[in-house]
Write a protein that binds this ligand. Structure first.
Ligand SMILES: Cc1ncc(COP(=O)(O)OP(=O)(O)O)c(N)n1
Ligand code: 3NM
Ligand code: MG
Length: 511
């Protein structure tokens, strides 16, 4: 039973990248960072982000936060040896990645185990000094690196200071110096060298020099302006290890790892964790989302929503408004939720406009949804989408957008409303209540149809289609008696001048 279940397991049932029934596995041998920005904790997160299994051997426990390192407790070497043996004797490890090796004896124990249990690749991040400037290893370790560990390494990833230390503190001031350093370090034995140029002064770009013993490659990335760089070295090395474990070539593993770190830094540049100078970043490119979503969740309380504005590109054209101008006018006019319904926009223009509109909406605390285009919603991190019966199925949209985003679904019958609820929608759009010119070939359901759906729906209902100042009161009274009346006053005030039209959100308060 167990065997057949294991055989059936595939990527659909796990987050891990499974290849030929094998789970890629990285073992990290490193120090623990109590602040979780670097060290073992960063390695675990990086491997998880690359969908690779990660086991751990802890060499030291540091008391550390975003201010600095307050204390270091080195593990006894026997216990490091015991951890190594536990993992290596039982599990199939593809790649070993090393971080903080706080004593020569621990380094020796590691080399001994690597000889006994050979692995596919060894990635050495020669951690010496913390980002806050705390010296994490003594000078004796340098001999250990040069004499024992580097000859076994497939790649070593020193920053400028570490490369300099490995070369008897030769000063490194330029990319040309980095190339020379890479070549000299290569002569110490590792198959590949990546000298990281992030600390090089006076450079707009981040240039890392990669040397494989034959060719030099200058790998360039934009310098991300952020305080949240704590743990980038550990993360880069773990990412390289993870990609190697998946079967990548060395150069491709380095490129993928660099791009991942750059993206994570950019994504996390405004995160605020801790009060110190060097913050951690988000390995899953999601913390920012979560922060926004909790903000969004506060906003998506249907009881707070009365007026729903939907943009219309042809109306905007007619009135000479940009999408952003229409959205600003809508929220200034009292819209409590906005949908961008841009049927003829080019994708790139749509994404750009959506980003601008999102900023406007966020400044007013108003959620912004995207009509039809899940890709655009994802690209600009909108608060959700509105989909119709022939658009992306609700369940699929939910699985792509995650549990926190708002999903609205158009429904013309109680059955569709029931299905939308089952599929995980947050509200339904119901129409056309009256005939509309804005949507071609749209069946009108009338007030009776709307009332029937409102009675059946377990989800909040948005009434749409041909609703204006003259008939909004009737819609509310007859079909949606629970919606408070004052919504009408600002609901349609700005309609003609906005180029976007407004709808009423019904909060279904059935107890
Ligand atoms: C709030 C709201 N309700 C209904 C719709 C219509 O969506 P759909 O049926 O997908 O039609 P299009 O808007 O895509 O033409 C809506 N957009 N918003
Ligand atoms: C986008 C849309 N959906 C509808 C539906 O019935 O699902 S009616 C509609 C157009 C609503 O525009 P107006 O308020 O200008 O009639
Ligand atoms: Mg649609």
């Amino acid at each position: 039973m167990h065997v057949s279940m294991a055989m059936q397991m595939d990527e659909a049932s796990t987050n891990l990248h499974i290849f030929h029934n094998k789970v890629p596995h990285v073992l990290t041998v490193a120090g623990s960072d109590s602040g979780s920005g670097a060290g073992i904790q960063a390695d675990l997160k990086a491997c998880a982000a690359h969908r690779v299994y990660c086991s751990t051997v802890i060499t030291a426990v540091t008391a550390q936060n975003t201010v600095g390192v307050q204390g270091v407790n080195i593990m006894p070497e026997d216990f490091v040896a015991e951890q190594l043996r536990s993992v290596l004797s039982d599990m199939h490890v593809d790649v070993v990645k090393t971080g903080m090796l706080p004593s020569l004896n621990i380094l020796k124990v590691l080399c001994q185990n690597l000889r006994e249990f050979p692995v596919k690749a060894l990635v050495v991040d020669p951690v010496m000094v913390s980002t806050s400037g705390h010296v994490l290893v003594g000078p004796s370790i340098l001999d250990g690196f040069r004499e024992e560990l580097l000859p076994m390494a497939d790649i070593i990833t020193p920053n400028i200071k570490e490369a300099s230390a490995l070369l008897n503190y030769v000063p490194l001031k330029s990319v040309s110096d980095m190339r020379t350093a890479a070549k000299l370090i290569h002569e110490l034995g590792p198959r590949n060298v990546l000298v990281k140029g992030g600390d090089l002064p006076d450079s707009l770009d981040c240039i890392d020099v990669f040397f494989d013993g034959e060719e030099f490659y200058e790998l360039c990335s934009l310098r991300v302006n952020t305080r949240n760089t704590h743990g980038t070295g550990c993360t880069l090395a773990s990412s390289i290890a993870a990609e190697l474990a998946k079967g990548s070539s060395m150069l491709s593993a380095v490129k993928v790892a660099k791009r991942y770190v750059e993206t994570a830094l950019d994504y996390s540049k405004d995160l605020l964790i801790g009060n110190g100078a060097q913050g951690p970043f988000d390995h899953f490119l999601a913390l920012k989302n979560i922060a926004q979503n909790s903000y969004r969740q506060d906003r998506f309380n249907p009881n707070d929503l009365l007026l729903y504005a939907v943009t219309d590109s042809s109306m905007n054209r007619k009135w000479g408004h940009s999408i952003a101008e229409a959205v600003r006018a809508a929220v200034e006019g009292g819209a409590t939720i906005v949908q961008l319904r841009e049927k003829d926009a080019e994708t790139r223009d749509f994404v750009n406009a959506a980003k601008v509109c999102l900023e406007i909406c966020r400044s007013f605390g108003v959620p912004l949804l995207i009509n039809d285009r899940i890709d655009v919603a994802l690209a600009c991190d909108a608060d959700g989408v509105h989909v119709g019966q022939s658009d992306m199925p609700t369940r699929l949209a939910r699985s792509l957008l995650g549990p926190e985003k708002i999903i609205g679904v158009s429904c013309k019958t109680p059955e569709q409303a029931e299905q939308a609820w089952i599929d995980g929608a947050d509200y339904i759009g119901c129409g056309g209540v009256y005939p509309t010119n804005t949507k071609a070939n749209n069946r009108t359901i009338g007030l009776d149809g709307l009332r029937e759906i409102c009675q059946a729906s377990k989800l909040p209902v948005v009434a749409i289609g041909g609703i204006g100042l003259s008939n909004a009161g009737v819609v509310m009274e007859k079909a949606l008696p629970l919606v408070v009346g004052h919504a009408i006053n600002f609901a349609f005030k700005g309609r003609s001048s906005l180029g976007s039209y407004a709808l009423v959100l019904h909060q279904l308060m059935k107890q």
